[in-house]
Design a protein around this ligand. Structure first.
Ligand code: HEC
Ligand code: HEC
Length: 337
């Protein structure tokens, strides 16, 4: 009898020990109705420890020269991971030349920056850190500073089985960014989840969005064709857009089609933040834009009535996903266990 109890007790002991040692680190990425599977590089599959590390880094101001600016200083969750400045201040209040874009569903993007100058989410991380108008830290210096923090060393070993280095820094932040999935807006509920939630005005706006050619560029589940277009914002562009990368005159004034998800929260609009509101964007598009040799033939005068313009704006606001914006898991105080 005694012997039996001892055997059972030692089994229970062994089992509970095992359970503690083999922590389940797998991360299950949310995949909303209507969304394809996200393409994730094989050397950076998502795990909880990678996402936790990336999130900590995303919010850490020590990645900037004077420890005043983090990624989250310009990409704020309540504003759909953008902000409301025309041009966001970096260290010392320095200003760059483009408006901060949303990071909503950034893991689905195929190319990065408005001119497509960066091919992967991992490589993108280095840019704001080094950029004098953003964080102004040479990457080797940033690595040295962060690697000296014992907590980061420990987290790097756990997440990537190697000491903290540029590989870890870029992989971890990209891993966190891929978790920023937004797919429960009113639009998703209406169109992908089959619920009847659109008002008449929102329904009209959606129809206009399809009929007036918006969806030719703002296409698919993420409202972008991942391509570059000149929409005739200017006759003469001071920011030449895609041409910065390709040096082709035919790319002058072309910018990446932005997703429209959470667009209500990310004012002002366009690459330079020159349009203050969605009403201004719709007014602009209604004119058919300025004359430019590269202007897309899809941009034409729309002859919208006052109520049609309001409907289009009402539709754009259905792309706001409050669950995403309020999801505490994306914030710094939540740790995936
Ligand atoms: C000072 C403000 C600022 C800071 C700090 C900042 N960003 Fe950005 N971010 C921007 C701006 C402006 C752009 C647009 C740049 C462009 O397209 O040329 C951008 C673009 C991006 C993009 C590309 C989005 C797209 O659709 O192509 C990603 C991803 C991104 N930032 C992530 C980060 C990460 C990660 C950090 C921290 C390491 C960071 N940002 C720090 C302002 C900032
Ligand atoms: C030819 C492709 C194309 C068509 C058609 C098009 N857009 Fe866009 N849209 C773009 C591009 C490219 C930008 C970014 C331009 C820039 O930054 O200068 C943009 C920007 C926007 C923005 C601002 C987003 C932001 O975050 O700054 C909104 C809103 C918008 N479009 C809505 C619409 C609506 C509504 C329609 C239909 C009436 C429409 N678009 C038609 C390509 C297109």
């Amino acid at each position: 009898m005694n012997k039996h109890i001892w055997i059972i007790a030692s089994f229970v002991f062994l089992f509970s020990c095992n359970k503690e040692e083999v922590k389940d680190d797998s991360f299950v990425l949310e995949q909303p109705e209507g969304f394809p599977a996200m393409q994730i590089p094989s050397d950076n599959q998502l795990t909880k420890s990678r996402v936790n590390l990336g999130k900590k880094l995303f919010f850490d101001k020590r990645l900037s020269e004077d420890s005043t600016v983090s990624c989250a200083s310009c990409h704020l969750q309540p504003m759909g991971f953008a902000d409301n400045f025309q041009i966001s201040p970096g260290v010392h209040g320095n200003l760059g030349f483009r408006n901060t874009p949303t990071l909503t569903n950034i893991g689905y993007a195929e190319i990065f920056f408005m001119d497509g100058g960066v091919p992967t989410l991992e490589l993108q991380v280095l840019n704001p850190i080094e950029n004098p108008d953003e964080m102004n830290m040479p990457v080797p210096q940033a690595i040295e500073r962060m690697a000296a923090i014992p907590e980061y060393q420990q987290m790097a070993l756990e997440a990537y089985d190697r000491p903290f280095d540029a590989f870890v820094l870029t992989r971890a932040i990209a891993a966190y960014e891929r978790t920023l999935v937004s797919g429960n807006s009113k639009f998703d509920q209406e169109v992908y989840q089959g619920k009847n939630v659109f008002s008449q005005s929102e329904q009209n706006g959606y129809q206009l969005f399809l009929d007036k050619g918006c969806a030719d560029c703002h296409s698919g589940f993420n409202f972008t064709d991942n391509d570059f277009h000149n929409i005739g914002l200017y006759e003469i562009y001071t920011d030449i857009g895609r041409k910065r990368v390709t040096i082709l005159d035919s790319d002058e004034g072309k910018f990446k089609t932005p997703t429209l998800r959470n667009v209500e929260l990310t004012a002002p609009y366009m690459h330079d933040g020159s349009l203050a509101s969605l009403e201004e964007v719709v007014d602009f598009l209604n004119t058919g834009g300025e004359t430019h040799v590269n202007k897309s033939s899809l941009i034409q005068p729309l002859n919208l009535t006052v109520s049609e313009k309001a409907d289009l704006v009402a539709f754009l606001k259905t792309l706001t996903d409050w669950d995403f914006v309020n999801n505490e898991k994306h914030g710094i105080y939540y740790t995936y266990e």
